[in-house]
Design a binder for this molecule. Structure first.
Ligand code: GGG
Length: 360
């Protein structure tokens, strides 16, 4: 008989709708655990970090915050960013600080088309669409290298340098991750997103590593596509996609496009993985804090619940993850939809429907 397991999870709702969707995700996960009759449970600890905390303390996270997080089994994150704090301070002070310090170098962002949710793509009406964006999550355009100088020249005289960093180690590990993922999917294909025609150093290294790694996966189809052409392909030929591997910034932009094509950013889930498991991985909806709807009970919890499913997969509970995915599909198919996907349901309505459908 397998031992019951308790997963220790650090919840960081952070800003805006983050609080509402993390609460919804926790409620659904606790319902799942209750239904497991003791096979597994979740032990939650919630941390108050975010922009409000910054306004009070001058810090996005406590000085010993990473130390307090490092022994959790996972981090369940909401969204970061609020108009009272400059975006680069809040993003670097919390989300990127966690991702980079815990070497969460693989960011997985599946694009699922759900029943009952209308896509702006006409093609989605009669074509099965489903792909995963694999985002390099530790370097590239987000390496944080650069600086501002020459402000002494006076107004209009300052300069800024922001360098992208591409290492062979960083490129190779994310590409191998993408190829391994492709081998688990019906269509074994990896599309690499590049811009090597214009970025002749970093992106040419990216392309060279892609060609070298591909040789170890002769059973996986490949293509290398410029980021501008890939944006068009997302809209015009998405049925040709399975795993899309891209640098930090390119993948961030393309995954938002993918989520919008699937109907809403509110549906999109993500996992920031430290595949070696030296540090906890972090699971969060792709969307931000949405100040326009925050605190009104209108946020779509599906992105956060889909992220919880990715967390269950990471814990080695694929059947439980599948139950969440099934409940999500049953809920949208029944027309229980928040405003962002054309419905009138509240966060609470969708959460209740998800829990009800766990029994299906
Ligand atoms: N839950 C995702 C989130 O809070 N994102 C905030 C954001 O601005 N992210 C930008 C990025 O990750 O590049």
């Amino acid at each position: 008989m397998t031992q019951p397991r308790t997963f220790r999870i650090a919840a960081i709702p952070a800003d805006g709708v983050g609080a509402e969707v993390v609460a919804a995700g926790r409620t659904v996960l606790d319902a799942l655990a209750e239904d497991s009759h003791g096979a597994f449970s979740f032990d939650w600890e919630e941390f108050p970090w975010g922009c409000d905390y910054y306004a009070k303390t001058g810090k996005m996270i406590d000085d010993d915050g990473l130390d307090r997080l490092k022994d959790f089994d996972a981090i369940y994150f909401g969204a970061v960013g609020w108009p009272n704090v400059p975006d680069h301070i809040s993003l670097w002070g919390l989300r990127l600080k966690i991702c980079q310090s815990f070497d969460q170098w693989a960011n997985i962002r599946p694009v699922h088309f759900l029943p009952g949710v209308q896509s702006p793509l006409r093609k989605a009406d009669d074509t099965e669409l489903d792909w995963v964006v694999v985002r390099e999550n530790s370097e590239g355009e987000y390496a944080g290298l650069g600086g501002r100088n020459l402000s002494g020249r006076g107004p209009g005289g300052e300069v800024a340098v922001q360098s992208a960093l591409f290492t062979e180690v960083g490129c190779e590990r994310i590409m191998r991750f993408a190829f391994d993922l492709a081998r688990t999917r019906a269509r074994r294909k990896v599309s690499s997103v590049t811009k090597s025609n214009a970025q002749q150093y970093g992106m040419v290294l990216w392309d060279d590593v892609f060609k070298r790694v591909a040789q170890d996966y002769p059973d996986v189809e490949t293509e290398s596509v410029l980021v501008d052409a890939m944006s068009a392909k997302f809209v015009l030929k998405p049925e040709d996609l399975s795993v899309v591997v891209a640098s930090n910034l390119n993948a961030d932009i393309l995954s938002d496009l993918g989520s919008a094509l699937a109907g809403s950013l509110g549906l999109a889930a993500s996992a920031n993985l430290n595949p070696e498991r030296r540090f906890p991985s972090m699971f969060e909806p792709v969307h931000g804090s949405a100040p326009d709807i925050a605190g009104q009970g209108l946020a779509n919890p599906i992105g956060a619940v889909g992220s919880a499913a990715l967390m269950l997969d990471h814990f080695g509970l694929p059947e439980q993850a599948a139950r969440l995915h099934k409940a999500i599909r049953a809920t949208t198919a029944a027309g229980i939809l928040t405003r962002d996907v054309g419905g009138t349901a509240t966060t609470e309505d969708v959460t209740k429907a998800l829990i009800a459908h766990l029994a299906d």
